[in-house]
Design a protein around this ligand. Structure first.
Ligand code: ATP
Ligand code: MG
Length: 164
């Protein structure tokens, strides 16, 4: 059966602050409860070269050095999530970049509270637990950067009984 045009995959990273705070299970639980399918998952310790590839849009910005230190300071949990409108759905669940502004109910709003005022003063990246692809093009590019084809799995979840 051909895949529906609204069926998407997106890249999600639980960043080093989320891994070190022991929030992997809590965060994954939210995506599973929403019915998103885990299509791929692995733990990776990012090096500076890979950080520049992943965050290429931000290299050269004032906060980039702090961002590179943050993303390379410990392992990240990388995953590919699949579902209807997965890119938008996941971004909605993750919430705005600054945890201080992120509303309750979002991952960043419920599980973190860092502010730009604080990180600007300290010259560090904002710790917001998670990365999620910003749009469909970014998602495709990021999934290709992080995962090889044989690390992505196709299988049926029970949710599909109710969705299709
Ligand atoms: P992500 O790409 O990680 O999902 P995002 O799309 O919400 O986050 P981006 O603008 O892509 O935000 O920034 C990438 C990351 O860089 C942010 O998640 C945050 O950790 C850090 N960052 C972004 N802007 C700032 C800033 N002004 N000061 C400090 N850190 C920042
Ligand atoms: Mg982004």
């Amino acid at each position: 059966m051909a895949k529906d045009e609204y069926m998407e995959r997106t890249l999600v990273l639980i960043k080093p602050d989320g891994v070190q705070r022991g929030l992997i299970g809590k965060i994954i639980d939210r995506f599973e409860q929403a019915g998103l399918k885990m299509a791929g998952m692995k733990m990776v310790w990012v090096d500076p070269k890979f950080a520049k590839q992943h965050y290429k849009a931000h290299v050269g910005k004032p906060f980039y050095p702090g961002l590179e230190s943050m993303i390379t300071e410990g392992p990240v949990l990388a995953m590919v999530l699949e579902g209807l409108h997965a890119v938008e759905t996941v971004r909605k669940m993750v919430g705005p970049t600054e945890p201080k502004q992120a509303p309750p109910g979002t991952i960043r709003g419920d599980l973190a509270h860092h502010s730009y005022q604080y990180t600007d003063k300290k010259g560090i990246a904002i710790k917001n637990l998670i990365h999620a692809s910003g749009n469909k093009e970014e998602a495709e590019e990021e999934i290709n950067l992080w995962f090889s084809a044989d690390e992505i799995f196709e299988y049926k979840t029970v949710h599909e009984v109710h969705v299709f």
